[in-house]
Design a binder for this molecule. Structure first.
Ligand code: GTR
Length: 412
């Protein structure tokens, strides 16, 4: 009996990696209003977009609070001559009132730049000090998942981590190509564990009179996306940066976040999802690799409570992730997969990008100029870009070079 129950539980949670076992599905139609009327022309799109956005807010990521917090900015430790005098390293602390955690923003730009430059903005997983080996980069005091390689113990970062994630950030390449790079440790905004939304910036928003959280209250992905918009608020005040040309980029859970940030905040001129998978660029209905039920069980704090309704019932979702990508239209969006990253469902990521194409075309752009998934390491770029690279779940120089090519096309 027990053995049978265990076997059933095992079957229910074992991820599917077999294309032949992907269930048949019908995607919710992008170009039909909820009342069945067709979206016939570009001028119909804003109203349809609003319907879809509301569904993502109520059923998936939760609603971003409308409260505007005051933002205090403290710049410190600017190094004008890092890397043999070729790059500028700038650090800024953002605070949102008395009880705010410190949100540390690290910015790199080329010393040679003579006018404001476009920039990539992305959250990092392990602290700003891991992005480049420089003793001057402030080490966050925020909670961090333990990591022996990066010297994180007792949930605190340490000196040992300096530069430990540098290979994910291609700083010199980005700067040489004429862009700046801005990054924040995501845990500065909201530590990534299920604490009942008591830490990070949550207490600044929580309503003390409400005992129970609303079923559509935002989860951590929403909070991290909010942090990206605050970084953009700051970049708008930085005269070295062209804030009308900010590409928001993220990997994995932070790729889900960059898509949600880019969706909600139209000031982001370009949006990049790197291996974002389930709850990001991958179609949920395929149930390939990570599924809705699995992600909600593993990370109960990432999405809103309502998302749990679709555990094992992806076909009942009123949206699917191609619609999230379409909400970014007509702004350029890039979806990148890695062939060995089956957990994130590369094919499902491609298909979501492809199915967003109808909206991009309705709005007069060339969408994603590919009918099938391109060959390995062959990027396709229209207003939607896509590649599937060799290798596994990571951000590599290959990925960055494609993002730079794509940004050159759209932001220059
Ligand atoms: C995994 C999670 C994925 C992805 C990844 C990451 O454990 O299942 O959805 O977000 O973490 O962020 O590295």
């Amino acid at each position: 009996m027990l053995a049978n129950l265990l076997l059933m539980a095992y079957i229910a949670t074992e991820p599917n990696y077999d294309e032949a076992k992907v269930p048949g599905y019908t995607l919710p139609d992008l170009l039909t209003f909820a009342d069945g009327q067709p979206v016939a022309q570009a001028s119909d799109w804003p109203a349809r977009r609003a319907e879809i956005l509301e569904l993502f807010e109520t059923e998936v990521y939760g609603k971003t609070p409308e409260i505007q917090l005051p933002m205090e900015v403290e710049a410190f430790a600017e190094v004008l001559n890092a890397q043999d005098g070729t790059i500028v390293q700038q650090q800024v602390i953002l605070r949102f009132g008395e009880a705010s955690p410190e949100v540390n923003l690290l910015i790199y730009r080329s010393k040679a730049a003579t006018q404001p430059v476009p920039a990539f903005l992305g959250l990092n997983f392990n602290g700003n000090h891991t992005v480049r080996a420089d003793p001057g980069i402030c080490i966050t005091e925020a909670w961090m998942r333990n990591n022996a390689d990066l010297g994180v113990s007792d949930n605190r970062a340490s000196e040992q981590g300096r530069g430990g994630q540098a290979d994910r950030w291609a700083i010199e390449t980005i700067l040489n190509r004429g862009y700046a790079l801005a990054t924040i440790y995501y845990g500065d905004i909201d530590p990534d564990f299920d604490d009942g939304f008591q830490n990070g910036v949550h207490p600044l928003f929580n309503d003390p009179n409400r005992e129970k959280r609303a079923a559509d209250a935002w989860g951590s992905i929403g909070t991290w996306a909010w942090g990206l918009s605050r970084a953009l608020d700051y970049l708008e005040t930085d005269s070295n940066i062209d804030a009308s040309k900010i590409a928001v980029m993220g990997h994995s859970r932070l790729g889900k976040t960059s898509l949600w940030a880019g969706t909600q905040d139209p000031r982001f001129a370009l949006v990049i999802s790197n291996n974002s998978g389930c709850g990001g660029a991958a179609l949920s209905r395929r149930r390939f690799g990570e599924t809705v039920g699995r992600i909600n069980r593993s990370f109960p704090h990432w999405f809103c409570h309502n998302f749990n309704r679709y555990n094992g019932k992806e076909d009942q979702l009123p949206i699917d992730q191609h619609q999230l990508i379409a909400l970014i239209a007509p702004r350029p969006v890039y979806v990148a997969s890695a062939v060995e990253d089956l957990w994130a469902d590369p094919k499902g990521e491609f298909l979501a990008a492809k199915h967003a194409d109808s909206v991009y075309r309705l709005l007069g752009t060339d969408g994603l100029p590919a009918n099938q998934m391109p060959d390995l390491d062959q990027a396709v770029m229209g207003q939607i870009g896509y590649h599937v690279r060799s290798g596994g779940h990571n951000v590599t120089l290959y990925d960055w070079e494609r993002y730079l090519d794509f940004a050159d096309r759209h932001l220059r």
